[in-house]
Design a protein around this ligand. Structure first.
Ligand SMILES: *Cc1c(COP(=O)(O)O)cnc(C)c1O
Length: 377
């Protein structure tokens, strides 16, 4: 089925095609100059010291937790209202995820109070996820981390260029992880970036992404070195130059794209005023936000009614989604289950509406009219 208004629309044109062709013709298609330039521009955009391009964000999260030297028996406090990769990456290291609840419907991000209550002598790190691009309470979370000597990893997949007290999200904790999966704000098909201000973390990330080898093929091809040693147990987690060249074009469009998304968000906030039962999380937020998704919560609705509303919207050609099924309720997380009342309510009552730069004010009006009709039906 194809939707009249999809959930997301890729912002691609001939510029991405031209960039790919140029890279193909350069005959250097794996990690090389385009990846290096993409890293440089991305770090510059965020005001971070270092950025390392990677195959996707899942491996960025894995490396972030490796940098914290997590091992079996260690605990990491994490959200459940996130994409499963945030938590899977904890399990990769053998550490234990300890789920914390979200603050509220108005702020569905990890709750500092709940984090505090879950810190134990085994806690090594906190991973936060800036839902829809809106910041977690980083002041409180960094304070807790400092008091307890913990690492803070930011899953900033939703939040490229989002701001918090004038800083960019992903640069406040010890490591920030970003995704360039096709439906993200900045798309390369698959792709990711690890951002840090720590030189030691940067150097180790570069080793770990490429088998723990001391040089890259590109450096050897340029005659910069002739051999290599292997000094750490690494992986092949590299991004290639074909994707990096798409990323470079996307970066040029990115800031305008986000400005447009912010307008779409404003239109939604205006239109949704008409349905009092709808809570728009982070309403009237003041700082700049990436608006990766447009979540709403329909207060008091049950799952059947929520799903009927989604079905009704789909029948009108409007694609919706649900971000996310709670991670603590997945089968493989049964051993780590804990009661998270706010997360459970959010998951049952939320809908994600279409969000992309090219949505018009009329589109938003149409979506909200159909939503209202479905709600009162
Ligand atoms: C997309 C996403 C990921 C995974 O990113 P990939 O690049 O697909 O591995 C992780 N966490 C969150 C919050 C995401 O939205």
């Amino acid at each position: 089925m194809s939707f009249k208004i999809p959930l997301f629309d890729l912002n691609f044109d001939h510029k991405e095609e031209d960039a790919v062709i140029e890279t193909l013709r350069s005959k250097w298609i794996s990690t090389g100059p385009k990846s290096a330039l993409f890293e440089e521009k991305f770090a510059e955009l965020l005001g971070a010291k270092y950025a390392v391009s990677l195959a996707n964000c899942t491996v960025a999260l894995h490396l972030a937790f490796k940098l914290c030297d997590l091992k079996s028996g260690d605990e990491v406090i994490c959200p459940s209202l996130t994409f499963v990769a945030t938590c899977n990456a904890i399990l990769y290291t053998g550490a234990t995820p300890v789920f914390a609840d979200v603050e509220s419907f108005e702020r569905p991000v990890i709750c500092p109070k709940d984090i505090k209550s879950k810190i134990s002598p085994k806690t090594k790190a906190i991973v936060v996820m800036h839902y829809a691009g809106f910041a977690c309470d980083m002041d409180e979370i960094m304070k807790l981390a400092e008091e307890n000597n913990l690492f803070v990893i930011e899953d900033a997949c939703h939040a490229p260029n989002s701001e918090y007290n004038g800083k960019k999200l992903g640069t406040i904790g010890h490591v920030g992880c970003f995704s360039f999966f096709s439906n993200k704000n900045l798309s390369t098909g698959e792709g990711g970036m690890l951002v840090t201000n720590s030189e030691a973390f940067y150097e180790r990330t570069k080793l770990l992404r490429s088998h723990g080898m001391t040089t890259l093929s590109y450096e050897r091809s340029k005659g910069h070195s002739t051999g290599y040693d292997v000094i750490d147990l690494g992986y092949n987690y590299r991004m290639d130059d074909i994707r990096a060249s798409i990323g470079l074009v996307q970066l040029q469009k990115f800031e305008n794209d986000l400005i447009q998304r912010a307008k779409v968000r404003e239109w939604y906030e205006q239109e949704l005023e008409n349905i009092p039962q709808i809570i728009v999380p982070f309403k009237n937020h003041k700082e700049f936000v990436s608006n990766y998704i447009m979540p709403i919560v329909i207060e008091g609705v049950n799952v059947e009614k929520r799903d009927a509303i989604r079905k009704n919207l789909a029948d009108n050609g409007i694609q919706t989604s649900m971000h996310y099924p709670a991670v603590h309720r997945f089968s493989i997380y049964a051993d780590f289950y804990t009661h998270l009342p706010n997360t459970d309510d959010m998951v049952n009552q939320m809908i994600t509406l279409p969000m992309y730069a090219r949505l018009s004010n009329d589109d938003v009006k149409f979506i909200c009219e159909k939503l209202s009709a479905a709600f009162y039906k």
